[in-house]
Ligand binder design. Structure first.
Ligand code: PMP
Length: 280
């Protein structure tokens, strides 16, 4: 496949980054993932806003929105990808030598590639998640390429036969290793607020918008591990999994273990909005 690296389009084997790149040495960088359906990037503007915010937070000068729009369009075209995930990574850049404090005026390293995406057109089967202590840092609102905590937690969850961890801090639920959570309790949709302890998922934002359109009562408030027994439904969201029902939390069966009614309505609305994008 063809990838983008610092102004060049290259075969992936040809794309090389310095060993003194701060992304390689310190994970000093930001990333973004955009789903593409039949050649159309989905909610690109929201993804670019989040990218801009993360870059600004860590002090990387960001290219213009036009630059990113053109980059995404050309990447899709060059790879003739219809359904894919566009991956964008920007690091602080390469230095002459390793030093914690960034020195001089660094040129950010900009990289983009695409990978295949399995698009859901039906609501997927309910999955299992595993409750785990959220051991990550306090700025999970920044989409950092430093994902060591997320990866350790994902592996722990996988070892328990779960697709994702359900993370909490002192009993308060945050998010997954690469997804956000929504619960349904007595007809109300609940999700943790988008504070510094979670990444504000674009899929999360879109589901909140769809819930409003469907006139589903929604509350962005903390939810707790000791409430898990009482939830009627639970689902997770991410750009790659879209709306994924959760049927089991460790040994707890959620509802009757099947996809709940509110989850199904939101998943259907999500699919409809993708169809709408493609037909535009
Ligand atoms: N939280 C974390 C920690 C994530 O890595 C992701 C996926 N990148 C999400 C939530 C979901 O975000 P999105 O809906 O934008 O894919």
């Amino acid at each position: 496949t063809t990838v983008y690296l610092n102004g060049e389009w290259l075969a992936s084997e040809q794309a090389k980054v310095s060993v003194f790149d701060r992304g390689f040495l310190f994970s000093d960088g930001i990333y973004e993932v955009v789903p593409v359906y039949q050649g159309h990037p989905f909610l690109l503007e929201l993804h670019l806003q989040r990218l801009h915010r993360s870059l600004t937070e860590i002090g990387i000068q960001t290219p213009t929105e036009d630059f990113w729009n053109n980059l995404v369009a050309e990447l899709i075209q060059r790879n003739a990808d219809s359904d894919c995930l566009v991956y964008i990574q920007v690091t602080m850049g390469a230095e002459a030598q390793r030093s914690h404090l960034p020195t001089g005026d660094l040129q950010p390293t900009i990289f983009a590639c695409s990978s295949p995406l399995h698009v859901h057109w039906q609501v997927p089967q309910p999955a299992k998640v595993a409750v785990l202590d959220d051991i990550r840092w306090q700025r999970c609102d920044i989409k950092s390429i430093s994902l060591l905590g997320n990866i350790m937690l994902k592996r722990k969850a996988a070892a328990r036969g779960a697709i994702e961890p359900l993370l909490h801090r002192d009993g308060r639920i945050t998010e997954g290793a690469s997804c956000n959570y929504f619960a349904v309790h007595q007809g109300k949709l609940l999700t943790p607020p988008a504070d510094h302890l979670i990444l504000a998922g674009i899929t999360r934002t879109w589901v909140l918008h769809l819930a409003q359109q469907l006139q589903i009562d929604t509350v962005e408030e903390p939810i707790y591990v000791n409430q898990l027994h009482h939830f009627d439904e639970l689902f997770l969201t991410s750009s790659s999994r879209e709306v994924q029902p959760v049927g089991q939390i460790d040994d707890i069966i959620v509802g009757n273990g099947q996809c709940g009614e509110v989850t199904a309505r939101l998943a259907e609305a999500f699919h409809a909005s993708k169809r709408h994008l493609i037909q535009e």
